[in-house]
Design a protein around this ligand. Structure first.
Ligand SMILES: Nc1ncnc2c1ncn2[C@@H]1O[C@H](COP(=O)(O)OP(=O)(O)OP(=O)(O)O)[C@@H](O)[C@H]1O
Length: 265
């Protein structure tokens, strides 16, 4: 298959199994998922259903018990090696910044780890990424403890983008943010997705984020992907989790958003 046709992420017949105290627990069973270049895919599912484990599989941090996970045609397991941040960037749920490093040092970390770039260039690139996520240069020397929740997410995103990876994985990108910060972060993700041509895979419970950003939604339930389609198709899908998640009371605003987006576009 040529590169042009190769999905960004290809997951086939994936089994994720954890063994604790001699007892095996199956988290994913024959799970299939493809992500095409340029997509913005939301993964939703019940608590403990294996969404974060799925992201970790894409990052090469978990090993499939069976099946395959490839990123740009190569096994995700290879991503554990040095230089992986040039292929995939990860935004962890709570930002996971190094508390003893400044903002700029955090963003520069993957570039420094390479060990091949002169310090002045590392600093310049990190400064560009800081501005790319909408933060002023005056924040560069602050410590993570002095940042708001929204700023922490932005710095963590800048670090994920440091090596210009084509694929970004986001775990609950707007969790813990107030509504204004969440809207601002969504707008940033949308513009970066468009400007940089990024492929984005995110796990989120937030319906506003899902409907604002997703080109496709994959629902993980019963240990596999039960539906994987455009938002309007997923919302209408007949499955108890889908009905409850999208069409319960809290889904109302999302439905309104979906319809207004459809009317606008
Ligand atoms: N390293 C591990 N060892 C054993 N069990 C694990 C490990 N990592 C995850 N699990 C289990 O796998 C299951 C799925 O976890 P995961 O974090 O992927 O769920 P999730 O869908 O992201 O849930 P939530 O929406 O609550 O964050 C959970 O039962 C969790 O306890």
């Amino acid at each position: 298959m040529s590169d042009a046709l190769e999905p960004m992420v290809r997951i086939e017949k994936l089994w994720s199994v954890f063994k604790t105290a001699g007892v095996s627990t199956v988290i994913h069973q024959d799970l299939d998922l493809m992500v095409a270049p340029g997509e913005m895919l939301s993964i939703v599912g019940g608590s403990g259903g294996g969404k974060t484990v799925l992201l970790r599989q894409m990052l090469g941090l978990e090993t499939p018990a069976r099946g395959t996970v490839t990123v740009q045609g190569r096994p995700a397991a290879e991503l554990g090696r040095a230089g992986a941040s040039s292929r995939v960037g990860m935004l962890f749920q709570h930002g996971a910044l190094f508390s003893a490093f400044t903002v700029l040092e955090n963003i520069a970390f993957p570039l420094r780890e390479l060990g091949t770039l002169p310090p002045a260039l590392v600093r310049d690139v990190a400064m560009v990424k800081l501005q790319m996520v909408g933060l002023d240069a005056k924040h560069a020397h602050k410590m993570p403890a002095d940042l708001s929740g929204g700023m922490i997410k932005r710095v963590a995103l800048a670090r994920a983008l440091a090596m210009d990876p084509p694929l970004i994985l986001l775990d609950e990108p707007t969790a813990g943010l107030d509504p204004d910060s969440a809207d601002g972060f969504c707008a940033l993700l949308k513009s970066l997705h468009q400007e940089l041509g990024l492929t984005v895979v995110m796990v989120t419970h937030d319906l506003d984020t899902i409907f604002e950003l997703s080109t496709r939604i994959a629902v993980v339930a019963d240990k596999h992907v039960v539906v994987d389609a455009s938002p309007d198709v997923v919302v209408a899908f007949d499955h108890p989790f889908v009905q409850d998640f999208f069409r319960g009371g809290r889904g109302h605003r999302a439905q309104v958003l979906l319809h207004s987006a459809a009317n606008a576009g």
